[in-house]
Design a binder for this molecule. Structure first.
Ligand SMILES: C[S@@+](CC[C@H](N)C(=O)[O-])C[C@H]1O[C@@H](n2cnc3c(N)ncnc32)[C@H](O)[C@@H]1O
Length: 174
């Protein structure tokens, strides 16, 4: 797992409305929680294992939520809307619609994770954790306007087949 923020997230993260709240889903070590908090955003960081963000527990603008997103319980952020929802290197299909729905008007979904084809480079290899071709486009269709989308093989931080999307909730074509 990288410690540097993803270039995709920082590229579009710079356009997230100033001081708007950000949700970092399956935050891990909190590389994106840290990046957005440093830019003045209040951040909610959720993971079933929050040990990677323990050092942020006292940060004034960071809410750490220890929660299993796959235990079948309701989406813990129902009724909350975020200026950005960030998901990297994580996929649990049953919550995808909740993730998209949580993007506020004018807010962004920034999603980047492994895709089918990654099997030849390393883990994950389980199809449950690999996006199918076009799947992130399908996830936002009718809800968000796609600003950028790619399916590609990257070399950094290690060779991997990935897919990423940056999509915004505005009045543009969906
Ligand atoms: C590969 S790491 C990615 C971490 C972070 N998003 C990043 O890109 O640096 C996957 C994360 O998903 C979290 N995770 C896995 N299953 C989860 C679950 N059922 N509920 C919440 N978080 C989960 C893990 O604890 C881990 O922190």
């Amino acid at each position: 797992m990288g410690v540097e923020a993803s270039a995709w997230i920082t590229r579009f993260g710079a356009d997230v409305p100033a001081h708007g709240p950000v949700l970092d889903v399956a935050c891990g070590g909190g590389r994106h929680t840290r990046w957005f908090a440093a830019r003045g955003h209040p951040v909610v960081a959720v993971d079933r294992d929050v040990s990677g963000v323990a050092d942020l527990a006292r940060a004034a603008n960071i809410e750490i939520v220890e929660h299993d997103l796959e235990d079948g319980s309701p989406w813990p952020f129902a009724g909350r809307a975020f200026a950005a929802i960030v998901v990297t290197n994580y996929l649990h299909r049953p919550i995808l619609a909740d993730v998209v729905a949580g993007v506020a008007d004018g807010g962004w979904l920034l999603y980047e994770t492994f895709a089918v084809g990654n099997e030849q480079y390393g883990h994950p290899t389980n199809p449950d954790f690999l996006l199918r071709a076009g799947e992130l486009l399908d996830a936002v269709r009718g809800e968000l306007r796609v600003v950028a989308y790619e399916e590609l093989v990257v070399d950094h931080p290690r060779p991997a087949a990935i897919q990423h999307v940056a999509a915004v909730r505005d009045d543009g074509p969906r």
